[in-house]
Structures are given as structure tokens and as C-alpha cells.
Write a protein that binds this ligand. Sequence first.
Ligand code: FAD
Ligand code: UDP
Length: 376
Amino acid sequence: MYDFLIVGAGFAGSVAAERLATLHNKRVLVIDKRDHVGGNAYDHLDEHGVLIHKYGPHIFHTNSQLVWRYLSQFTEWRPYEHRVLSSVNGKLLPIPINLDTINGYYGTRLNAEEAERFLESLAEPREQIRTSEDVIISKVGRELYEKFFRNYTLKQWGLDPSELDSSVIARVPVRTNTDDRYFTDEFQGMPVDGYTVMFERMLNHPNISTMLATDFQAVRNSVQYREMIFTGPIDEFFDYRFGALEYRSLHFRYENHDANLVQPVAVINHPNEHPWTRVTEFKHLTGQKHSSTTLVYEYPTNEGDPYYPIPRAVNKELYLRYRTLSEQAPGVYFSGRLGTYRYYNMDQVVAQSLALCDRIMGTRRDYAALQSVDGA
Ligand code: FAD
Ligand code: UDP
């Protein structure tokens, strides 16, 4: 008899397993239908020996010292600050939009203050910022919106920014200084030995058993457990009783080149041309020394694994119905990007999972998580 069955070996499931086993001495079984741990953060060597991320580029960043210290028990970090260029009008310009983007795009030589006034003159004020279109148009006006955001978003989500919650595009700031980092979080880096090794260390505990290539349906009646944490899609768990939630998926195409590096930065966005949204060159992220280099092209699609919950009103309402249902499922907890239908980054999922364990075990959040990090 296991104390906990945990469905999903991604961040949500693995953090919960580690906390329950290490801090609370619970016997835990982690299952995943995939044949590997790590969920969407899984990385591995491709056939050329280049370390790649199987489900698209994953860059770790957080402002939470708690989350950073928690994960640092299982990995050291390679200092890495992410930079992205967007291919617009035949030029490669920094995204998020910054002073160099503005000057590069308009052929101007404005300073920060002038750029701020210039953007103010372009911006179309909106009374309410409800949609992703409102977010950008109210900051930079229609032209930059059309060139940098509209078509990228149409490709990525299959929806116009006016149909998406403001939170989607609000992930990308607008700046008038020359900071060209994609993230400004206090803690940023890549796990030195990769994500998969970090997950293996988290799950390496005598109280934790792992069964891979195992779907929940295959074991739901054969494994004995007291409580369950489910990190797969919440609508699937309830057999789509109220209908299916929308998810966006991606098809990944990998390309290896006999060269050290072929892109100037890790990621180049292609808002207006091509069926793909962005191209990532992994060696920029990982710092791996290798005679060849591998890139991944991302093609958004509705078919395939559910990678992105789609933040818009219709899904919010439907999710809330499932969440109400989940509150009536005794001993079953839902967690993670799919279990709680939230467009969460890795650090947010780690924080959510730490908090869930504390809620389940009745411990106080900061105290519980910091205690073992400090080795107390
Ligand atoms: P997942 O990693 O999806 O894990 C859920 C697991 O549950 C999966 O392994 C799945 O196989 C398993 N599962 C589902 N149903 C069942 C079932 N019925 N039976 C058994 N197993 C099941 N975040 C960042 O912070 N930085 C980034 O740069 C970043 N880049 C991203 C790029 C892409 C292309 C994508 C898609 C996401 C990115 N993210 C990034 C987000 C990040 O992937 C997630 O925040 C995080 O991986 C979510 O962890 P999770 O455990 O909730 O879900
Ligand atoms: N986005 C855009 N143009 C860009 C970058 C982002 O329009 O050059 C929009 C797009 O809708 C995207 C969202 O901003 O889905 C969030 O971008 P982010 O890079 O955070 O997406 P993720 O890494 O989660 O795919």
C-alpha cells in the first residue's frame, strides 16, 4: 500500500514525491505514461551527441529564493541569461522590444527618454486592458504590434491576440532601455548536468518507486494507495464530463549542422514568415562543447500532446467547473500546468507543488521547504 500515487513525473509530480518522501517519510509511487522522467522539461543527447530538450527550449528563471534554493539541492547551475532576436523586415531585432529594437526598426537614434515619448505618441490608450491586443497596442501602437506580436500569436495559438487573455502577451515586457534579456528574474540558469539528471536525483529516494511508460488507466484499479496527486489534464481525469478544455500543441523539427554555432543567440523568433514560430539552438543554453550543433523549429498545432492551456474566458469557465468537481473528489489533489490548467512556468509549478504538499501535510510553507534545504 502506497501513501501516495503521483500521476506524472514532471516538476509538479517529482517535487511532490520528493517532499512527501523526504520530509514526511511517505511511501510514494510515481507513474508517467512517457518512458522518461522530467515531463516537458526532459532533456537527452540526440543521435549526434548534442544535449537537446525533447519538448522545446526550457530556460530556468525565478524571483523565488525558496524555489531556487529548493532545486539547488539537486543541481548546480550554469549561469545563463536568455536573449532572443526577432526577425522583422529582414533585420534581427531584440525582443522584448527595447531601445535598440525601436531605433533599429525606425532607423532613429533616440535615447531612452526620447523613445519613451515616441512610444507614448504611438500608443493607443485603452480604457481597459482585457485582451493581449490591448496590452501591446496601449504600449507601442499598432505598427509594432502588427510586426512583432500579431502574427506570432496567430501562429502560436491559432487565435488573434484580441481573443486571448491579457496575461499571455503581458509575459513579454516593453522597455525603453537597452536591457536585451528575455527575463529579468533574480535567479536564472540552466542545470549543469541537464534537467533529467536533476529529476533523477530528486526521485532517488528509498521511499519513492517509479513506473514509467505506465498510464494512470492501466494501474488505477491494480495499485493500492491512500491518496493521489494527479498532474495530467484535469478534463481527461473526469472523462471530459463537461466537454474538453482547449490545449495548444507543438510539432518539433530538429536539424543538426556541422558547425559550432549557426545563430547569434539561442532563440530567433519568426513572427511574419514561415510556418514555425521560433528556432532554438541548444548549445547556447547548455554551453555544451561539441563539433556539431542542433536546432529545433516549433510548429504550433492543435494535434498532439497538450503543451499549452489556452488562457481565454471560455476555458476559464470550463476549468472552474472541473475545479469544483475536483473539490468533491476526496483524497485526490490536482497540480501542475495541466492539473490546474494554468499557463505556468517551471518555477511557478515548483512553488505550487511545494505549497500543495504543505497543505496536504498541514505544515507551514516556508518553514517546511526551507528546513530541509538548510539541512536542519
Ligand atoms: P508536465 O511537465 O507536462 O508533466 C506532466 C506529466 O504527466 C507528463 O510527463 C505526462 O506524460 C504525465 N501524464 C499526463 N497524463 C498522464 C496519465 N494519464 N498517466 C500517466 N502520466 C500522465 N517553463 C519555464 O519556466 N521556462 C521555459 O523556458 C519554458 N519553456 C517551455 C517551452 C515549451 C515548448 C513548453 C511546452 C513549456 C515550457 N515551459 C517553460 C513550461 C514548463 O514546461 C512547465 O511549467 C512545466 O514543465 C510543467 O510541469 P508539470 O509537472 O506541471 O507538467
Ligand atoms: N509573443 C509574440 N511575439 C514574440 C514573442 C512572444 O507575439 O516575439 C507572444 C505570443 O503570443 C506568445 C506570448 O507572447 O505566445 C508569450 O511568449 P513567451 O515567449 O513567454 O512564450 P512561451 O515561451 O511560453 O512559448
